[in-house]
Ligand binder design. Structure first.
Ligand code: CTP
Length: 414
């Protein structure tokens, strides 16, 4: 993975050489870009020694620009990580200003951007900083931390930069480290999140799905160079970079949005927790509590996954099965009944599955199965997408399989 590591002027910059080591231990190629104020805290001599590359800091350095211009640098990056990230650099990125090399790269890159904020806790809690954080998250920027604890200024609170190992692990967890181009040229449609079925204008039937697994699958598919359309129910997650998101609310809307794009899709992954039933006739006005008991008549929602699997010449279809018991039996029954190519089954209950960052899964297909132990949803998604690609080519692949001619990240963008 090619990482542009931006270092800005905070005391935590003294940890930068260690962060570079942690990233390189994981196999990253690190290009450091420092701001002028970062040079007050750490020397470029140390950083050059650990990174093995000349440190960049000046947008107007003609020699360095000739070797690799700031635009080339922005393209070279698989991820731009800023650690430590000051309140100032957060504000700059929000405003779109580009007065120096680092902020120019932030503006010019299409790679995911991750920030590890580090500042005094009052600065971090300042409404201006918090508003900037919210805007950045909404734009899909990954905010790593900050941690809580004693600060360099002698005070306690939120604003410590995360430990270097945690930052390195989080960067490799963004779903951008597996880009072997396995799904290059493939169109992948993914459903995610819950649906909401109206009872009246203020009430609805829904479920506890957070959308995290479907979003993680979308990131993992993009990391394999797929063209990804994510049809998402109401969730509280930023759009993954490089993914086209179509927002829907009800099962019927999700059905319509899916069929609008499915015709030339190669792979369909149904990760959404679609409502099985919806009220027959949602009330036009808010229902008043006049009666002691009430019954709401429900009708079946369309089964999106089964309808896609039934298409003539349709895509490779992957379903999810969330079960509280008899996992294999129920999952295999869904595989057969819905005529799927693959089903990803996982246990759900009060303490697992929904709205959590970790998950385990067992995948079943007609002639096989594979177990995936508990892992972060992003890591699990990377492995699941690799298996989807493997099964897809095993079943449908007549042309060249990208794995046979691996396109590395380095070659991909330069
Ligand atoms: N699914 C769908 N459309 C629906 C219902 C489910 O696309 N209307 C998809 C889900 O996205 C998931 C799979 O089907 O991939 C889940 O299968 P399903 O049999 O619907 O699971 P449950 O709703 O849990 O079924 P049951 O309650 O019978 O276990």
């Amino acid at each position: 993975m090619n990482i542009v590591l931006g270092i800005t002027g905070g005391i935590a910059a003294y940890k930068a050489p260690d962060l570079v080591r942690r990233l390189k231990e994981r196999g990253a190629d690190v290009q450091i870009v420092m701001t002028a104020s970062a040079e007050e805290f750490v020397t470029d001599t140390a950083l050059q020694a650990v990174s093995g590359r000349a440190v960049r800091s000046n947008l107007w350095d003609k020699e360095a620009e000739r070797a690799m211009s700031h635009i080339e640098l922005a393209r070279w990056a698989d991820v731009v990580l800023i650690a430590p990230a000051t309140a100032e650099v957060m504000a700059r990125i929000v405003s779109g200003g580009a007065p120096d090399l680092l902020t120019t790269i932030c503006l010019a890159t299409e790679a995911p951007l991750a920030l590890a904020p580090a500042m005094n806790h009052v600065m971090w809690n300042n409404p201006a900083t918090q508003a900037n954080r919210a805007v950045l998250e909404q734009r899909g920027v990954h905010i790593l931390g900050p941690g809580v604890g004693s600060q360099a200024c002698g005070e306690e609170g939120a604003g410590r930069m995360l430990e270097t190992d945690a930052i390195a692990a989080a960067v490799f967890d963004l779903g951008i480290s597996h880009g072997e181009g396995l799904l290059k040229g493939k169109k992948v449609v993914i459903t995610a999140g819950p649906t909401r079925e109206s009872i009246d204008p203020v009430r609805y039937i829904s479920n506890r799905s957070s959308g995290k697994m479907g979003y993680a699958m979308a990131r993992a598919a993009v990391a394999q160079d797929a063209e990804v359309i994510l049809i998402s129910g109401p969730v509280d997650l930023p759009a993954p970079p490089g993914v086209e998101v179509r927002e829907v609310t009800t099962a019927e809307q999700m059905y319509g949005a899916t069929h609008a794009v499915i015709e030339d899709a190669d792979i369909f992954i149904a990760a959404a927790a679609v409502a099985d039933y919806r009220p027959v006739a949602p009330a036009e006005q808010k229902i008043k509590k006049k009666r002691e008991a009430m019954t709401i008549e429900l009708v079946r929602c369309p089964d999106i996954l089964a309808s896609v699997a039934a298409l003539d010449g349709g895509p490779f279809t992957v379903g999810f099965a969330a079960e509280t018991e008899r996992l294999e039996e129920y999952a295999r029954a869904k595989l057969v009944n819905k005529k799927l190519d693959m089903i990803i089954a996982n246990r759900v209950g009060a303490d697992r599955g929904f709205d959590r960052d970790d998950n385990a899964a067992t995948v079943f297909w007609a002639a096989g199965e594979r177990q995936f132990p508990e892992a972060r949803k992003s890591e699990l998604a990377n492995e699941l997408v690799e298996l989807v690609a493997e099964r897809y080519y095993a079943l449908r692949g007549t042309g060249t399989q990208p794995r046979l001619s691996i396109i590395s990240n380095k070659n991909r963008r330069t």
